[in-house]
Design a protein around this ligand. Structure first.
Ligand SMILES: Nc1ncnc2c1ncn2[C@@H]1O[C@H](COP(=O)(O)OP(=O)(O)O)[C@@H](O)[C@H]1O
Ligand SMILES: CC(C)(COP(=O)(O)O)[C@@H](O)C(=O)NCCC(=O)O
Length: 330
């Protein structure tokens, strides 16, 4: 079965506004948000969606239609208006350079489902009129290799801001945003839990680039001179924060870890291969320790504080369903 969305006959209702504990956002519950979808025809089959969705994600075609279609249409407004602004300011400045990629950041905790959101956005955005070319890069490629993390004594801080080569990530996004024709990023393997030596992904001037990662909304750090430097988020034209309750994140992480024992961990190359054979109680205790000492604290200390910097916040309930959406007032 596929979905096709025809133009609505009624004018769409707009999200309500008011004072917001999250900052200057408009809030829409799932039903109101779904009514915003206008006319984008989308072709997506259940089969294709299965390939996009991560193992534990429950996203179905109804959620794609209710949540991701309006989001895609909203991003399209930003793409179009950024294009107009680019054109008029370049005219004013007497410049004639081609437009640079529109960059979208996707942030959120480990196990929240950023990968599903990002892959879905790639699929839907590439179906926009004009069929833009959309690429996706994850920031794990910019993690320091395990050997270097060990050398620095921060192997237990993987995913914390200091575990990345932040300068290289910033350079990568700046190069893309400056219009460099081919920009390469290193590749991380979740299976071997390390950077893959000699492997790179090359981004060749797409129309839209999605940059997905735990820390993409981090503000600029102060450098040694006390002056603020730049942050990757300075180059985002739009950003999405995928949000969920801390206790849900923890159970999704544990559930995923236990599920991976039946699949990825069975691969002898897996860093976690020993957990495939280990009894469930011990494996679960190990996963709890990873969450409680690494991913949980990273979420609370570094990731969650960046939520209010996003253009859009998608809030999931405990069943992985999107409960509400907040959009930053422009
Ligand atoms: N140990 C692992 N082995 C294989 N795949 C993994 C492992 N850990 C995570 N993954 C996969 O890596 C992807 C990214 O995971 P994560 O960084 O937690 O982001 P998110 O869950 O928000 O998409 C997910 O698709 C997940 O299923
Ligand atoms: C690789 C990750 C840091 C995520 O990286 P991202 O692409 O978000 O930059 C994370 O999935 C991870 O492995 N954290 C370390 C603790 C753990 O084993 O879950």
């Amino acid at each position: 079965m596929g979905i096709s969305v025809a133009p609505t006959e009624q004018p769409p209702r707009r999200a309500s506004s008011g004072v917001d504990e999250f900052g200057p956002y408009v809030l829409a519950d799932r039903r109101k948000w779904a009514e915003l979808a206008e006319q984008m025809p989308v072709h997506l089959t259940e089969e294709k969606l299965q390939g996009i969705r991560s193992r534990l994600d429950t996203i179905d075609l109804a959620q794609v239609r209710d949540v991701y279609l309006p989001l895609t249409e909203l991003v399209n407004h930003y793409v179009l208006h950024t294009g107009h602004l680019y054109g008029s300011t370049h005219n004013y400045l007497g410049l004639s350079e081609a437009r640079t990629p529109f960059v979208i950041g996707v942030a959120g905790s480990v196990a929240v489902g950023k990968s599903t959101t990002s892959r879905l956005l790639v699929e839907l955005l590439s179906q926009l009129p004009g069929r833009p070319r959309v690429d996706l890069v994850t920031t794990d490629g910019f993690l320091l290799p395990n050997a270097e993390l060990q050398r620095r004594g921060i192997m237990e801080r993987k995913g914390f801001p200091e575990s990345y080569d932040r300068a290289a990530l910033l350079r990568f996004v700046m190069d893309v945003k400056s219009g460099v024709h081919a920009v390469s990023a290193p590749v991380y393997s979740h299976l071997v839990y390390d950077i893959v030596p000699g492997e790179f992904i090359t981004v060749r001037h797409p129309d839209i680039l999605i940059v997905e990662g735990l820390n993409v909304l981090q503000p600029a750090r102060r450098n040694r001179t006390g002056l603020s430097s730049l942050a990757v988020s300075d180059f985002f034209d739009f950003s999405v924060y995928v949000d969920a309750d801390e206790s849900d994140l923890r159970s999704w992480y544990l559930e995923r870890f236990m599920g991976l024992r039946e699949s990825a961990f069975r691969d002898p190359r897996s860093y976690f291969a020993r957990f495939a054979e280990m009894d469930a109680a011990h494996a679960r205790a190990y996963a709890e320790r990873i969450w409680d000492t690494i991913n949980g604290p990273n979420h609370v200390q570094n990731i969650l504080p960046t939520r209010g910097r996003a253009t859009a916040i998608l809030r999931k309930d405990s069943a992985h369903d999107i409960e509400w959406i907040r959009i930053r007032k422009v």
